[in-house]
Write a protein that binds this ligand. Sequence first.
Ligand SMILES: [Mg+2]
Ligand SMILES: [Zn+2]
Length: 244
Amino acid sequence: MATNSDKILAVFDFDDTLIDCDSDAWIVKLCPGGHDVPDWIWEKHRERRYMEFFEHLLQFLHDNGVTPMDILDFMASVPYTEGMEAALKFIGKNSDKFDCMIVSGANVMFIEATLKAHNVEHAVNKIYSNHGRVDDEGRMHVWAYHKHQCTICTVDICKGALLSEYVKEQAQKGVTYTKVVYVGDGVNDLCPSKGLGPFDVVMPRKGYKLIEKIEELTPENKLKADVIPWEQGSEVLAILEGLL
Ligand SMILES: [Mg+2]
Ligand SMILES: [Zn+2]
């Protein structure tokens, strides 16, 4: 039987989901002279070692006179995917029914900068992402959230482990979720999607990797959750509205 503490958990990926681009590609635009990041730094990106890539990129920006303030201001100007700001505002307005979590392979500083810029930080209960800080010399650093064994996720963060950790933590506080709605686009969003049950919903973005990965699953590995593809955030909002 549903109790007052039963809620719906809306989970969002960040890159190419909440924001309509990849934060790596966005920040690279700050490089003096355009896209002239040295190839050895890009090599880390190709290897999906994103935190190593970023740490070197941040040093490169620092050496070229780009400050953490420049980076965060520029990050704050990143475009949200159409309808996503409205979806977060809807969740914020209905916080008695919804909790909201962001789980992302970007980093907490970037995510918080955009949430503040869109005035939606109050709508998000929990951000799981890589760590970031600015040191005494005014250089920004990022580092991996944790070590893990997952082979689907990137080396820095296992999204599935963190989603289950949050659900468990909340249960200990007496909050249980009748449904999880997971919105994402990338390969690493498959990991948390696999852990969801028949009452949950996975929303993969059309034209991106997650939907391909879901379609490639063999019948015995099919997701238990409902799969509802989306193109724009307004479709995500419509699904959330329909759950009230
Ligand atoms: Mg993504
Ligand atoms: Zn994982």
